[in-house]
Write a protein that binds this ligand. Sequence first.
Ligand SMILES: [Zn+2]
Length: 87
Amino acid sequence: MKKCQVVLKSGRRRNCSTSSTMITNVRYGECQKNHAANIGGYAVDGCGEFMASDMEGTTGALTCAACSCHRNYHRREVETEVACECT
Ligand SMILES: [Zn+2]
């Protein structure tokens, strides 16, 4: 029996017959809010990664410290890590 670790991107899963542990990491990438929508254009603020402006559990946890946009405007990335025992 050999230990292995498989990292899967965006929710694809591999079936493991033996016991496996799923770890899901969610991070928020670049801001995609269109700041020029009111003039019919398209311009983002260039914020590269969401960083909470306050602690988890407060309203500030959903606001980006860098661009002050809501977290929903940031691209959501889900990384699924599967640690399993393979034969
Ligand atoms: Zn922003």
